[in-house]
Design a protein around this ligand. Structure first.
Ligand SMILES: [Zn+2]
Length: 705
């Protein structure tokens, strides 16, 4: 059976091998057992039910909460030649009837159904009369009433087990704290299921969280420097801010579309489609956007406000880089976010227990923001996963934050809160510390306090940061019932008594210019023309079929074509992501495009990008002087690039240097007459030749020997 699974993986999906846990999960389902799968976004969850559904007799029923996801997945499967369909409220009655009949006639491999529809008596009766291969419950965390994606109808899915006890069930989610996991098992009655937990690490995502002034400008800088022609998602807390940011980005020349619950369903649908089908579109959204977005090439997710919990942060940032290529998760936050979120949770109609849970989740999120150690470590630890201490791919690892001794300042702030009887908010406290007076302060006689004006050496902005950090580490609490008044907590006693010192993270005045991580261009300079033409071929094929470009081929597949430059159908079939159906439909078109852009011998190398940029110019007939001025680099650098090509035999030294036989021999002689221990030291050669040749020339000759 597993051999057949491997066969399908290659012939339909075009992949040579399974990822580590996929095979085991598929085996369980093929044996008729239940499974609970916890796998990060982009980990290849859907194959875990798609392949068993193709191998087992009957139709696999996939429960999925979002209509947009179904459309996308069904399109993708159809392009692969799989008989797939969906049933949801977007269909006309007559369309739905046709699909229902196909189900009854056992003509479908996979059928996606919305949960509320699945549980209707009509649908259940249909299922009674059909041959079923499995039930897949996607986004299974929707069953959890503690999560932010709670869908009450998910809890009814347990009836599937009672009604169809012999049909294997597989529940899948990319959210995996212990509480959610336990609830899924309980609510879906999966006590017998085998549980598969993959690592939740997304090593291709670079995490960065920063605070400070002017988040909008910093966002722009981040996007410009790292993602000038990439697609991304920006999350904001309010609809108003969503609209404003989208408009502003449009003014800056980007395609940026708003998405929030206040827009009509039609506009939301249009904006989402454009995001999926066009290239380099930015969606600015409230959290209403994203679940079920399958777009694999989202290169960045930015937060302009604080997510409500670490789960939400993980899930939202997880929408970046599903294709496994480098991506950025960037966030800017401030004190106001904390206050607004507290306000939300206070005003919500939830009961006390819920509020307390929400409060703790927000505390944990704040903790992640204020962290001075590896973000990834903390993130994974939150999901009970212990990783290596330093990931080397987050802001704190790459740029360890500075700390400062904040003992005295913190004492000032805390005692000021205490002396004003814990009745006031951040702004009022900061005014007193700075010795600013106003009518309210005078009325309360707070200009008479001993703490009045004791903090003038620190600026307003810095005081706000200190206050936020004191809140984040739990020394101060915000009392929402008393309009955001600050209250001391038990934790701050030792500090106030002088028994403890306090170090806080120094806030960078000017943010370092690399706040994201340059998403390394996966395309070599010599491949960029072919890359562009493969992309535009893909786009036109996508438009013909009315699907997003990534449904035709993922970026990674196109990149492999660049690297391997297939010349035959047989070569093409070995490219990852090219299955039988796609090979026969698109293979030749892509082969033709590749043949139109042959790679010159000189540029067929593994040298670095910058060397190749020099070589491209050299190939075009430019001399060293011209290359120096075009690339704005030093002579020595350009010669060093050329010498690399000489060393690997791609260039002949005489093509590069204007030397006659005698000069060449003279240099070779000087190099070769060095003593062993001096070998490679050009300075000696330079001096021996009485400084008559540049180092660059010497380097090239040396490379040729
Ligand atoms: Zn790290």
């Amino acid at each position: 059976m597993l051999d057949r699974a491997n066969g399908i993986l290659k012939s339909i999906f075009g992949f040579a091998q399974f990822r580590p846990s996929q095979e085991k999960i598929i085996e369980q389902i093929l044996q008729g057992n239940d499974a609970l799968v916890l796998m990060p976004t982009g980990g290849g969850k859907s194959l875990c039910y798609q392949i068993p559904a193709l191998l087992r007799e009957g139709t696999g029923i996939v429960v999925s909460p979002l209509i947009a996801l179904m459309q996308d997945q069904v399109d993708t499967l159809k392009e692969l030649g799989v008989k797939a369909a969906f049933l949801n409220s977007s269909l006309e009655f007559s369309e739905a009837r046709i699909i229902e009949q196909q189900l009854l006639d056992n003509q479908l491999d996979i059928l996606y159904v919305a949960p509320e529809r699945l549980l209707t008596e009509r649908m259940l009766q249909l299922l009674d009369q059909s041959t079923l291969s499995l039930f897949a419950i996607d986004e299974a965390h929707c069953v959890s009433q503690w999560g932010h994606d709670f869908r009450p109808e998910y809890q009814q899915l347990k009836h599937l087990h009672t009604r169809y006890p012999s049909i294997p069930r597989i529940a899948l989610t990319a959210t995996a704290d212990q509480r959610t996991r336990d609830e899924i098992i309980l609510q879906l009655q999966l006590q017998e299921a085998n549980i598969f937990i993959d690592s939740f690490d997304r090593p291709n995502i670079h995490y960065a969280i920063s605070d400070g002034n002017n988040p909008k400008q910093r966002l722009w800088k981040f996007i410009q420097e790292n993602h000038a022609d990439n697609a991304g998602i920006i999350y904001c807390l309010s609809r108003k801010k969503v609209e404003a940011i989208a408009e502003w980005l449009e003014e800056q020349g980007r395609t940026a579309l708003p998405y929030h619950a206040g827009l009509s369903a039609e506009i939301r649908q249009i904006n989402q489609q454009r995001f999926l089908r066009e290239e380099a579109v930015i969606i600015v959204a409230t959290i209403a956007f994203g679940m079920g977005i399958d777009k694999p090439d989202v290169r960045f997710v930015a937060h302009l406000s604080l997510p409500k919990s670490i789960e939400a942060y993980y899930q939202e940032t997880g929408r970046a880089g599903r294709d496994g290529q480098a991506a950025n998760a960037w966030m800017a936050y401030g004190l106001q976010d904390v206050i607004t979120l507290r306000q939300f949770s206070q005003d919500s109609s939830a009961d006390e227990i819920h509020k307390r849970v929400e409060h703790h989740k927000l505390e944990a999120m704040l903790g992640l923001c204020e962290l001075v150690t590896c973000r990834r470590y903390a993130l994974l630890e939150y999901f009970d996963e212990i990783s290596n201490e330093s990931c080397g791919n987050c802001d704190n690892c790459l740029n360890p934050p500075q700390k400062w001794d904040a003992t005295k300042s913190a004492q000032m702030a805390l005692s000021c809160v205490y002396r004003t009887e814990q009745r006031f908010g951040v702004n009022y406290i900061v005014d007193i510390l700075l010795g600013k007076t106003n009518e309210r302060i005078q009325r309360n006689s707070h200009d008479q306090l001993s703490t009045f004006g004791i903090g003038q050496e620190i600026s307003t902005a810095e005081w706000r940061v200190i206050m936020r950090q004191l809140i984040a580490i739990g020394f101060l609490e915000i009392d929402m019932e008393r309009h955001g008044a600050l209250r001391l907590t038990e934790n701050c006693r030792p500090l106030l008594r002088g028994e403890q010192s306090l170090e806080l993270r120094k806030v960078e005045k000017q943010e370092k210019s690399i706040s994201g991580k340059k998403v390394k261009h996966a395309v070599r300079p010599q491949d960029s023309t072919l890359w562009e033409s493969l992309r535009s071929l893909r786009l036109s094929l996508a438009e013909e079929s009315g699907v997003p470009p990534y449904v035709i081929f993922h970026d990674a597949t196109l990149q492999e074509m660049l690297k391997r430059r297939p010349v035959s159908q047989n070569d093409m079939s070995r490219i990852s992501g090219v299955g039988d159906q796609k090979l026969s439909r698109f293979g030749q078109k892509f082969l033709n495009e590749i043949a139109r852009h042959p790679l010159p011998e000189l540029l067929d190398n593994n040298l670095s990008d910058t060397v190749n940029e020099t070589l491209i110019l050299f190939q075009q007939g430019e001399d060293v002087e011209k290359i120096v001025s075009k690339r704005e680099l030093k002579h020595a650098t350009i010669y060093a690039h050329l010498s690399e090509a000489i060393e690997v035999g791609l260039l002949d030294v005489k093509e590069v240097l204007d030397l006659d036989e005698r000069e060449y021999d003279e240099i070779v002689f000087a190099i070769e007459s060095l003593e062993d221990e001096e070998q490679g030291r050009l300075k000696q050669v330079y001096e021996a030749l009485e400084e008559s040749y540049d180092y660059g020339i010497l380097r090239c000759v040396q490379a040729s020997i």
